[in-house]
Design a protein around this ligand. Structure first.
Ligand code: PLP
Length: 392
């Protein structure tokens, strides 16, 4: 059972079980004042090595394996997820790779057909260098998903909502289906974070985060994290120590600092995104629009049930000059990434998803005029004013 220390009226109280709301956990969970100095922000521990005779209980050996700043971030991540254990990595890709590394040559896995372009690159590398076999299906089509399972299938890899088509999969339904077949499930929850959906509660074995996105939130740290069922922790921990895919203590500190405002930022980003999606929907320059918070979204009901709010990503077909739109806005940076306090615009076919096969792009409807917006925390009137000349 997870324990936490909460500093109340000058004494430490151990609360068990933890019953704090999300924003309180983000600020206080596992963050007692430093016992030496009283510092309310945990000290940044840059040391690469640790004197063994100075430790009352031997815990820290070498920074590649153990580091106090990294541990504080990991405890906080596990705390806001609500269950499981957390490990952090040097990037989202390194975290994803750590799970693929648990599979053996010849093992098969199934992934959502619409995933981050870099994830597909990782799958291709695992296929060529480690002889893993993967197939991509529409994981929101449960018959198609079940039909694609065979005796070698070990893992189902879901993004929900997907990147960039924002398709929503019923995570609990997939976890139930997988568990009937003895298969593990990984959910890449980068778009939602535990604030919008807690995938461990829905039955996932692994939850993947690019902490470079909403979790850190300010576009100034690259990192990744896994939250996993307890049984996988020791293997993942020792694999990480051996391979060395760790984030720096400074990045851990920055990411941990970002978490303190995660709920506040996402509230604002989701509110802004809803207003912008409604604005875009009215424009005759917009064809198909994909946003789980619009009632025209095919999985609107599921998204409303599964997600606390509808997220801060919007994709749409633009019936205007794509180049002019990408480079003509003042407040939206034309750049990859998402989940930052500032808004971003990109064209997936030319940018984040440029390397995926043409046939898959056609199947998904990932056309050259598909635009993805990642909405920040700016004032929505300013964002809409910036967009207006390109949509009237
Ligand atoms: N997963 C998703 C959904 C992403 O969007 C990204 C990056 O854009 C990643 C994983 C990879 O994360 P990182 O860039 O931190 O390696």
């Amino acid at each position: 059972m997870v324990k936490t220390h909460l500093y109340v009226f000058g004494i430490f109280k151990i609360l068990e079980p933890v019953k704090l709301e999300f924003n309180t956990k983000c600020v206080h969970y596992q963050q007692p004042p430093d016992s030496e100095s009283g510092s309310v922000i945990p000290p940044l521990s840059l040391s690469t090595t640790f004197d063994q005779s100075a430790q009352s209980e031997l815990k820290y050996f070498y920074g590649r394996g153990e580091n106090p700043t990294r541990e504080q971030l990991e405890h906080c991540l596990a705390g806001i997820e609500g269950s499981g254990k957390a490990l952090t990595y040097s990037s989202g890709q390194a975290a994803a790779n750590a799970v693929l590394d648990l599979l053996k040559p010849g093992d098969e896995f199934i992934s959502s057909d619409d995933v981050y372009g870099g994830t597909l690159g990782l799958f291709d590398l695992a296929k060529s260098s480690r002889k893993l076999i993967y197939q991509q299906v529409d994981t929101s089509n449960y018959d198609e998903l079940e039909a694609s399972i065979n005796s070698q299938t070990k893992l189902i890899w879901i993004e929900s909502p997907t990147n960039p088509m924002l398709k929503v999969t019923d995570i609990q339904r997939v976890c139930d289906l997988a568990s009937r077949h003895g298969i593990k499930v990984l959910v890449d929850n980068t778009f939602c974070t535990p604030y919008l959906q807690t995938c461990m509660d829905l039955g996932a074995d692994f939850v993947l985060y690019s902490t470079s996105k909403f979790i850190s939130g300010h576009g100034d740290a690259i990192g990744g994290a896994l939250v996993c069922k307890d049984e996988y922790f020791n293997t993942l921990f020792s694999n990480r120590t051996v391979t060395g895919a760790i984030p720096s203590p400074f990045d851990c500190y920055i990411i941990h600092r970002g978490i303190k405002t995660l709920g506040l930022r996402l509230d604002k980003q989701c509110e802004n995104a809803k207003l912008i999606a409604e604005f875009l929907k009215q424009s005759n320059k917009v064809g198909k629009i994909y946003y789980p918070g619009l009632d025209c979204h095919p999985q609107y009901e599921l998204a409303s049930r599964q997600m606390r709010k509808s997220g801060a990503l919007i994709s749409f077909e633009y019936h205007g000059n794509v180049e002019k739109l990408l480079h003509g806005l003042s407040l939206f940076h034309c750049a990859v990434s998402l989940g930052t306090v500032f808004s971003l615009i990109e064209c997936p076919a030319l940018m984040t998803h440029r390397n995926i096969p043409r046939s898959l792009k056609v199947k998904l409807g990932l056309n050259d005029n598909l635009i993805r917006l990642a909405i920040g925390i700016e004032d929505p009137d300013d964002l809409i004013q910036d967009l207006t000349p390109f949509f009237s």
